[in-house]
Design a protein around this ligand. Structure first.
Ligand code: EPZ
Length: 421
């Protein structure tokens, strides 16, 4: 298994290209199942999770090709759905596989998707996806670890109110509702920028969607969707990670394609914490403010609140801030797996339930550490970049799921980072 070695202490400086958003690309790729015409996507990041989604879609009948000379583009074409099962082996590796459920039932009238089960950050049920589809007329059965959804006469529009926003359920139901008969209204919908991007792609395919990006989304079903071309939006979590890499090392980075408005409340929290952020002609410039890093309390919340996917990175930053920071995770039950690893590097953190109290220390020290999930892993990379001495990060396959060419991007701005087999 590969490891990453980082020799900390270099202020990063230079230009980083921000890739397309993994969490927008995954549902948008699944949307290719909704039409018999080709969907051309640009700005698709080259990541392990994208590879898993490609393999799953290919098994279901989607032909996928890279247009020559466009390495970031994919054309996905599903003339006919050949299989309606998302097998355990793929779903357990990548939970986003459940995003084929809505499109398959809507287009083929049936779907069999393995239940994803828990993962490193908590139990993560899919009940809201299933209840929504049931309201739209699908018969749902659970058997042998699989969800079977059937709507042989097609789905119908429905009024669906989530008890709390769910990104994946909003996406699955928006896709299903695009081909349902009549109007679907989703209340307490998730408002993440990735939902807006999926809606834009569906609209380009002929779907009639209003309100994406607000808490109420209305979808008027159409009989068929057609081909389209869509560019995936830039990755706000990758952006936030590099912003914090600049701040934690006391360096300055230009982030090409980054967009400040995709941060929501995180922009203000970062500024309060002493991260200098400025919009530029090409994207964003990030560094540390003159007054240095200060402890700031934060609660993760659905968008536009502070993203749970930036919590681990922010905790790494707070480890060397002046004063204390209380970090509360409200989205996932078990998303503090990075805490004991950061503590091995000298961080002072106390966890009480879903709250972690981080007391800043003058410096972190390199140590061997282990990555446990995608964002936890990258928080260790950030800590290592700032630490004195060498850090060895193990189990880095998590990083490859969500950060495109991370060691090349960091090395190009001065980091002493190396991947070793
Ligand atoms: C998406 O996961 C992202 N994944 C996650 O990114 C992200 O952390 C999460 O949204 C929150 O922003 C993708 O977009 C592929 P949810 P998703 O449904 O859709 C509960 C990363 O690191 N819930 O919004 O699975 C759930 O357990 C990943 O890139 C139910 O109870 O998240 C959680 O507590 C990790 N029942 C909360 O809702 C359901 O049916 C929000 O989950 C669905 C969700």
């Amino acid at each position: 298994m590969d490891r990453i070695l980082i020799e900390g202490g270099v202020p990063l400086s230079g230009l980083v290209e921000i890739s397309g958003a993994k969490n927008a690309a995954l549902p948008i790729m699944a949307a290719s199942l909704l039409s018999e015409e080709p969907l051309a996507l640009d700005n698709v990041p080259d990541l392990a999770d994208i590879g898993s989604m490609r393999r799953l879609l290919q098994e279901l009948g989607v032909e996928i090709r890279h247009p020559p000379a466009r390495p970031r583009s994919l054309v996905l074409h599903c003339p006919e759905v050949l299989d309606t099962t998302a097998p355990y082996d793929i779903v357990r590796k990548m939970r986003a596989s459940v995003l084929v459920l809505g499109p398959l039932v809507a287009r083929a009238g049936t779907a069999r998707v393995s239940l994803p089960g828990g993962c490193a950050i908590g139990p993560r049920p899919i009940d809201l996806h299933l209840e929504g589809l049931a309201k739209m007329g699908a018969e749902i059965r659970l058997e042998g670890g699989y969800v079977e959804a059937r709507a042989p006469r097609g789905l119908r529009g429905a009024r669906i109110r989530f008890p709390q926003p769910s990104v994946g359920a909003t996406e699955n139901l928006m896709m299903a509702a695009s081909l349902a008969r009549g109007e679907t209204v989703i209340e307490e919908a998730a408002q993440e920028p990735e939902i807006v991007d999926l809606a834009a792609c569906l609209a380009a395919m002929g779907a009639r969607i209003e309100g994406a990006g607000t808490s109420t989304v209305r979808i008027e079903g159409v009989a068929r969707l057609h081909g389209a071309r869509h560019a995936v939006l830039p990755d706000r979590i990758e952006t936030g990670t590099y912003v914090m890499a600049a701040a934690i090392t006391g360096g300055r980075l230009q982030l090409r394609h980054a967009r400040l408005e995709l941060f929501g409340a995180a922009a203000e929290t970062l500024a309060e914490a002493g991260v200098a952020l400025a919009e530029t002609a090409e994207g964003l410039e990030a560094g540390r403010s003159r007054d240095g890093l200060t402890g700031v309390d934060v609660r993760t919340l659905p968008f536009p609140g502070f993203a749970t996917d930036l919590q681990a990175q922010f905790m790494a930053l707070m480890c060397i801030a002046e004063g204390a920071a209380m970090i509360t995770e409200t989205i996932f039950e078990n998303r503090f797996m990075h805490v004991p690893e950061l503590m091995r590097m000298g961080a002072r953190i106390t966890v009480h339930g879903r709250t972690a109290l981080v007391r800043g220390v003058p410096a972190l020290k390199g140590a061997p550490v282990m990555a446990t999930d995608l964002r936890a892993s990258v928080s260790l990379v950030l800590a290592a970049l700032a630490a004195e001495g060498q850090t060895e990060i193990n189990r880095i396959y998590h990083l490859d799921r969500g950060y495109e060419r991370i060691e090349q991007k960091l090395a190009a701005v001065g980091a002493r980072i190396e991947r070793v087999p």
